[in-house]
Design a protein around this ligand. Structure first.
Ligand SMILES: [Zn+2]
Length: 289
């Protein structure tokens, strides 16, 4: 059976190198279906989603990991999010036509912020400049900066699939530099076609059939949006009373759509009062959404 929407770790037991592989199909198509994106922007979003799954598996945490790239170019924003149990969502925002090219040209000056939001405890962030030909290059420099670990990443996406491959030296492996070099050179021969169409075992066999690779259990990746009535209310609250009442003077309801999943939320005057002044003990206007 084909491995779709699937993530797997692997390990070169004798070399001090670990790896990860991911391929998305349905989750990728669901993640982008509510956005109108050019092929070029779509390809970047697919790569970001594959990347965020790989990143989410590099740390032990319970919560969400968010990759957010923001630049001054035509491709303004890329957001990709994965929970510890590989529930993903993402979006891209463009300002004009994104001409296919280097990431640094498409996104312009900017930065990539990686945020870990644990369910318990404070969020923490790492930031790296968007300088690089590809998103994968930016992620490689993020790991070099944040963990001083040699890392290699390959990311690919087309209309139907998104896939990623990740290699990282294990800490304290100075004696293994030759092995690291050999394995990364082998991995670098991987093609977009192979990554988007082959299962993990086939890929690993094609690339590393001379090496001893231990492949771990497959994990399912799914599209799931974490938006909720409560979160949207929180966002509305940040607009302030004047702004909200101003909108309601012109429109009977405030309608908000989630950019990630397309879900619609609607708030009328009573709802907005409840948001601003707290809900009455007796819920006068319980709405079904
Ligand atoms: Zn949503």
């Amino acid at each position: 059976m084909k491995e779709q929407d699937c993530f797997r770790r692997f390990l070169f037991e004798e070399l001090g190198v670990r790896g990860e592989w991911v391929r998305l199909q349905d989750s990728w198509q669901q993640a982008k279906q509510h956005q109108r994106l050019s092929d070029t922007a779509q390809e970047q979003l697919g790569q970001a989603l594959a990347a965020v799954v790989l990143l989410s598996a590099t740390i032990k945490f319970d919560g969400s990991l968010i990759l957010q790239a923001q630049g001054a170019g035509a491709l303004k924003t890329l957001v990709a999010q994965s929970t510890h149990d590989r529930k993903i969502r993402g979006l891209a925002r463009c300002d004009g036509e994104v001409v296919a090219g280097k990431l640094s040209e498409m996104m312009g000056d900017g930065r990539l912020v990686i945020t870990v939001e644990p369910k318990k405890g404070e969020p923490y962030q790492g930031v790296v400049s968007l300088a690089g030909d590809k998103l994968a290059d930016v992620i490689i420099s993020y790991f070099l900066q944040s963990e001083q670990l040699e890392t290699k990443v390959w990311l690919f996406a087309d209309e139907t699939h998104a896939a990623g491959l990740f290699l990282q030296e294990l800490p304290a492996q100075e004696n293994y530099k030759d092995d690291w070099e050999r394995v990364s050179v082998l991995a670098n021969t991987v093609t977009k076609d192979e990554m988007l169409s082959l299962d993990s075992e086939e890929i690993l066999y094609r690339l590393f059939n001379e090496e001893k690779v231990r492949l771990f259990e497959a994990e399912q990746v799914t599209f799931e949006c974490s938006c909720s009535q409560k979160k949207i209310e929180g966002t509305l609250l940040t607009l302030g009373r004047e702004e909200l009442e101003g909108i309601l003077q012109e429109l009977s309801t405030i309608d908000v759509g989630c950019d990630f999943c397309g879900k619609k939320y609607s708030f009328d005057e009573v709802d907005v009062k409840n948001i601003l002044y707290g809900r009455p003990v007796k819920k006068a206007s319980q709405r079904q959404h």
